[in-house]
Design a protein around this ligand. Structure first.
Ligand code: 0RA
Length: 633
């Protein structure tokens, strides 16, 4: 604690406050780097902007001096210089030396900033080796000087020039023992001043760099409308109008300006009390919500989209440039950099204001509204297309990169033109086929018959069936809109099932599947049905297999009457050699190309098996048949 007896208790308290700022400057200005250094300028400028927001200031002049100082001059009312009855000090001195001036002594009671921002002039004073505060009121200029936050002079009338009838001028020399650098950058200061000029329409802000002679003046009568125009300077707008919303709801002021560009990127800046809320927050959430709702509402109203369809937030913000500027009396700043507005009540207010005002604008400007809806439709389409492309890549990966199914016994032939795939019903027949095949060009994929219960499996279930997925992978073409016949791994796909009810069900299901998901495979003659023999005829130690009744009669004549004729039951009855001889040897086997008619018939049978209701379908067909006739007339 300060022990010098010359200080009153109050003064000790004040010194302690500013001592804390010098001890831990990062706590008050974020950093002691270039950013923190420039923060000092913005703190002082903010005070002048607040005076402008209060309606008493129209001009701010910022000068970067050659001696390393910066001065900020405004034409406001001037910080009060009269002595406070209790403190017996001027309000100016309290403002300059008291940390977080509050209560009824708060000279900035109307100030709406918060968080790291607006910590005030006393922090700047504490971190400056020298500071001069000047106030012009009643035709006189009052002046007080400080060093390291402490007054080194009394408040006195000085004989100096002041550019306005009234106002405040603060000039400070940052403490080079605190900051890593004390060199001010014109561009950093100028861009923030420009931003402030956009955010406070009509406020004239000048910057002069005496080191270089650079100077600029920022004043925008159009405010954030001109901000949006500026942001879109190098972009191509969809329409010339800048949509502008301005409403006061209780103590909250909502202002929005927006315009769409032909580009795809989104540039939405949001501000609370002139602070750029880089992390967004409730005001931004309210705006986004309202924009999406309003555009959807209008699009449905003009029948541009159906009621069930909806644009997403991203759809309606594609190519959007917007500035959201709200004023909130007691802002809660959250987030990593304290630039996220947390006040929940702001969300609903911004949402309802923007929603209703946008709909009014759309009604009054249908031409512009239509362009916005069109833009959103295009964005939605692009989103769908991108999603499909992604899906395609995902599936391609699944089909091409993923290894072939374990159940598949592939052939060694790499030329698909010469390769065949046997899809075989049942594991036992599959086993025989694997042994009996010519492994050079014949691949075998056994399907477990029971898994695919045609009566119960709808086609979507079939798609999810592991065996069917193995088949898709083995064939390699992909399915549906992603089907590519050039990727077929086999020129012949041969369905080999037993000649019984189960076998015919599986055949029906496979044909239906090919018809719905790999139709070109059928159209191009890639799919075949294997015809196993109808009879087995045994004479002595010899087995004969025949494929038709006529063939049977002919054979029996040839080999004599005491042969045993057996209706052939299943593929599983044959050993590998027999299977090769009867069903797989290209010289002897019978395979029939599946036609589209076959596949259509299979689908019909499949639907019947599935018990698809006939009535609604007939009604549907009759209704549309009638409609079609009417159109003909
Ligand atoms: C409180 C009251 C009055 C002015 C100010 C603050 C004020 C503060 C700053 C800081 C930078 N520039 C400023 N300009 C004004 C007005 C008191 C009155 O005259 O009624």
């Amino acid at each position: 604690m300060e022990s010098s007896s010359t200080y009153t208790a109050r003064e000790i308290h004040v010194l302690e406050g500013l001592q804390a700022v010098r001890k831990r400057p990062g706590m008050y200005i974020g950093s002691t780097g270039a950013r923190g250094l420039h923060h000092l300028v913005f703190e002082i400028v903010d005070n002048s902007v607040d005076e402008a927001v209060a309606g008493f200031c129209n001009n701010i002049i910022v000068v970067i001096h050659k001696d390393g100082s910066v001065s900020v001059t405004d034409d406001g009312r001037g910080i009060p210089i009269d002595k406070h009855p209790v403190y017996k000090t001027s309000a100016l001195e309290i403002v300059m030396t008291k940390l977080h001036a509050g209560g009824k002594f708060d000279a900035k009671a109307y100030k709406v900033s918060g968080g790291l921002h607006g910590v005030g002039a006393s922090v700047v004073n504490a971190l400056s080796k020298r500071l001069i505060a000047e106030v012009k009121r009643d035709g006189k200029v009052y002046r007080q000087e400080y060093e390291y936050g402490k007054p080194v002079s009394k408040l006195h009338i000085a004989n100096v020039q002041f550019p306005f009838k009234s106002g405040t001028r603060i000039r400070f020399w940052p403490d080079d023992t605190i900051f890593d650098t004390v060199e001010f950058y014109y561009d950093i200061i100028a861009s923030r001043l420009k931003e402030l000029a956009f955010l406070n329409s009509g406020l004239k802000i000048k910057i002069i760099d005496e080191r270089t002679g650079d100077k600029e003046e920022f004043v925008y009568e159009g405010g954030i409308r001109e901000f949006v125009k500026f942001l879109n300077e190098s972009k191509e707008p969809v329409f010339d109008d800048i949509i502008y919303i301005s409403k006061v709801k209780g103590k909250i002021v909502v202002e929005v300006a927006m315009q769409y560009t032909k580009g795809y990127s989104e540039e939405v800046l949001s501000f609370v009390n002139n602070i750029n809320t880089e992390e967004g927050g409730t005001h931004l959430a309210g705006f986004k919500n309202a924009l999406t709702r309003a555009i959807n509402k209008y699009a449905i109203e003009i029948n541009a989209i159906k009621n069930g369809e909806k644009f997403t937030g991203n759809d309606v913000r594609e190519g959007l440039t917007a500035v959201i500027n709200v004023k909130v009396p007691e802002p809660q700043f959250e987030g990593q950099t304290k630039t996220k507005l947390g006040n929940e009540e702001v969300k609903g207010i911004v949402d309802s204001v923007v929603y209703s005002e946008l709909l009014v604008f759309f009604e009054e400007n249908p031409h512009v509204a239509k362009l916005i809806v069109e833009k959103a439709i295009n964005a939605a389409r692009a989103r769908e297309a991108a999603k499909k492309a992604k899906e395609l890549i995902r599936r391609k990966n699944a089909l091409e990169v993923s290894s072939l199914p374990g159940k598949l016994a592939d052939c060694s032939e790499s030329d698909p033109e010469k390769a065949e795939l046997y899809i075989v019903e049942g594991d036992s027949a599959g086993g025989s086929a694997k042994q009996g095949r010519n492994r050079e060009f014949q691949a075998i994929l056994p399907l477990r018959g029971k898994i695919i219960n045609v009566e119960k499996a709808n086609i979507n279930k079939v798609l999810r069936n592991e065996e069917i997925q193995a088949m898709i992978t083995a064939i390699g073409t992909g399915i549906g809109e992603f089907f590519d016949i050039k990727k077929a791994r086999y020129r012949k796909i041969i369905i080999m099932t037993d000649a019984d009810v189960d076998g015919s069900h599986i055949k029906t299901l496979l044909l239906t599947f090919f018809y719905r998901y790999m139709r070109p495979l059928i159209e191009n003659g890639y799919v075949f049905i294997s015809k196993p023999p109808l009879y087995r005829i045994r004479k002595g130690n010899n087995d004969y297999y025949v494929y038709s009744d006529a063939e049977k009669e002919e054979l029996l004549k040839k080999i004599g009457g005491n042969a045993i004729v057996q209706r052939f039951k299943g593929l599983g009855e044959m050993n590998p050699e027999q299977l090769w001889a009867t069903t797989m040897d290209p010289q002897r086997r019978i395979i029939v190309e599946a036609t589209i008619t076959d596949a259509m018939e299979a689908e019909r049978v499949f639907n019947t098996l599935m018990g698809v209701k006939v009535e609604p379908r007939r009604e549907f067909i009759e209704r549309y048949a009638k409609k079609a006739r009417n159109i003909d007339i």
